[in-house]
Design a protein around this ligand. Structure first.
Ligand code: NAD
Length: 440
């Protein structure tokens, strides 16, 4: 099938590559000429496991191409995916200007039937706005071209995006149009040979499903973070509690890890957007409100522990940081807890020496030139002369370090572990003063 992707970011590029992988003819468009240049030169602008090889082989086979020419993009695909960003506005609502601009450009250039698919995460009612935007453009040039608008939210996880797209838990299609539903079912058929994963529902329910999924996951994290903080005060071990409740099949083990707060491009903004939508409809979401507040506070938990340990004074101290990305296997630092920790530490007068396996370039772009921030070339090098270590992202390479080497390199062998990577007894037997989250 001929498929166009409008917006070649994380979601657009992964979707385009995976659709090309199963034999579709995909054209990815973006307004960012630099991104398209990198892609046309054989690179990819983001880090995502397995993605570079997949893009390369499909590019060579001419199943995926990249362009800034939106007219050509609209002329190409029967299916037009909108996968542009929906960043938060000042008031927390999703900024729909990119979605509307994409819809308008589709309306401006289409000359035959198109299925327009909202893949971006968008508030309930956005499909109507997309439909209106396309209709307005068609009316402006007095063109009567048929089209359908459907919602197909994306559930992939950064860090495992290719795997998630190729083997989805479910494919949600929000549609009230049989022709469009049939086309999307056909497009997704290769991804569900094992069993049917398509859930067809009305458009509004599909739009809400995406927010509900992220809100539920964020809720589990904030719930565990608050319980971990309480466990510390009560002298209980949150890891035992996690196993004790996770073994209940109604609860399950997933997403029950306490830590330094959730970040990334999705949970924070989607929670805010859902709260905003609810407020616009005079419907209070008390639980979600608390989820967000708890998360904002949790991002300061590590700096609070560090401050307390050093008697409130961090002036002149150097703190090593392991992990900057908001989670492992990505270079994405949007809303990452590491950013809050670095800001807190610098504000308190400390300097930092940071290391991340993948996100170093992204960190330099975000932090800019600042002589209080030193970039290490290895985890161990980050510790040289540092007064303490804070672990912020649970990269695999941090899971089994040489504790003796760590102890020797650090000025004070103090470790604040925001991801509970080690057994406290083991770390302590190795001579580290170990401060996990919610553990004894
Ligand atoms: N990143 C994730 O893990 C993830 C997962 C599920 C859903 N989503 C949702 O998918 C959407 C996209 O997220 P992302 O992380 O891929 O964003 P992104 O910022 O990585 O990519 C968006 C791309 O759209 C391009 N763009 C903007 N306006 C355009 C236009 N008019 N025409 C063509 N291109 C345009 C931008 O230049 C950018 O390259 C968001 O709504 C997000 O919430 C993201």
């Amino acid at each position: 099938m001929k498929v166009t992707i409008v917006g070649t970011g994380y979601v657009g590029l992964v979707s385009g590559a995976c659709l090309a992988e199963v034999g579709n003819d995909v054209l990815c468009a973006d307004v960012d000429a630099n991104k398209i240049r990198v892609l046309n030169e054989g690179g990819i602008p983001i880090f995502e496991p397995g993605l570079l090889d997949m893009v390369k082989r499909n590019r060579v086979a001419r199943r995926i191409r990249f362009t800034t020419d939106i007219r050509a993009a609209v002329a190409h695909g029967t299916v037009q995916f909108i996968a542009v960003g929906t960043p938060p506005e000042e008031d927390g609502s999703a900024d729909l200007q990119y979605v509307v601009a994409a819809a308008r450009s589709i309306g401006r250039h289409m000359n035959e039937y198109r299925v327009v698919v909202d893949k971006s995460t968008v508030p309930v009612g956005t499909a109507d706005r997309v439909r209106e935007s396309i209709a307005a453009e068609l009316a402006a040039r007095q063109a009567a071209v048929p089209f359908s608008v459907v919602s197909n939210p994306e559930f992939l996880k950064e860090g495992a995006a290719v795997e998630d797209f190729m083997r989805p838990d479910r494919v949600v299609i929000g549609s009230d149009d049989e022709q469009a539903t049939h086309i999307l079912r056909t497009l997704y058929a290769p991804f569900q040979r094992n069993h049917e994963r398509v859930l067809v529902m009305d458009v509004r329910s599909a739009e809400l499903t995406k927010y509900a999924a992220n809100a539920m996951l964020a809720t589990r994290i904030s719930f565990m973070n608050e319980l971990a903080n309480l466990a510390e005060k009560l002298g209980a071990d949150i890891e035992h509690v996690r196993q004790g409740i996770g073994s209940d099949p109604r609860i399950g083990y997933q997403f029950l890890y306490p830590g330094a707060g959730y970040g990334g491009s999705c949970f924070p903004k989607d929670v805010k957007a859902l709260l905003r939508s609810a407020a616009d409809h005079q419907q209070e979401l008390h639980v979600l409100d608390a989820v967000e507040r708890a998360n904002e506070l949790q991002k300061h938990v590590l700096s609070g522990k560090i401050r307390r340990r050093f008697g409130g004074k961090l002036q002149g101290l150097r703190i090593a940081l392991w992990g900057l990305a908001f989670k492992p296997n990505t270079d994405d630092m949007r809303e990452a807890p590491s950013r809050v920790l670095v800001a807190d530490l610098l504000e308190a007068g400390a300097s930092v020496c940071v290391y991340d396996p993948i996100a170093m370039d992204e960190a330099k772009r975000i932090f800019g030139a600042d002589d209080r921030i030193v970039y290490a070339t290895s985890p161990m090098q980050a510790l040289d002369g540092a007064d303490a270590l804070a672990i912020v992202t649970e990269w695999k390479e941090f899971r089994s370090p040489d504790f003796a080497d760590m102890r020797n390199r650090l000025r004070h062998a103090v470790v604040f572990d925001g991801r509970n990577l080690y057994e406290p007894a083991t770390a302590r037997e190795a001579g580290l003063e170990y401060h996990p989250i919610g553990r004894l």
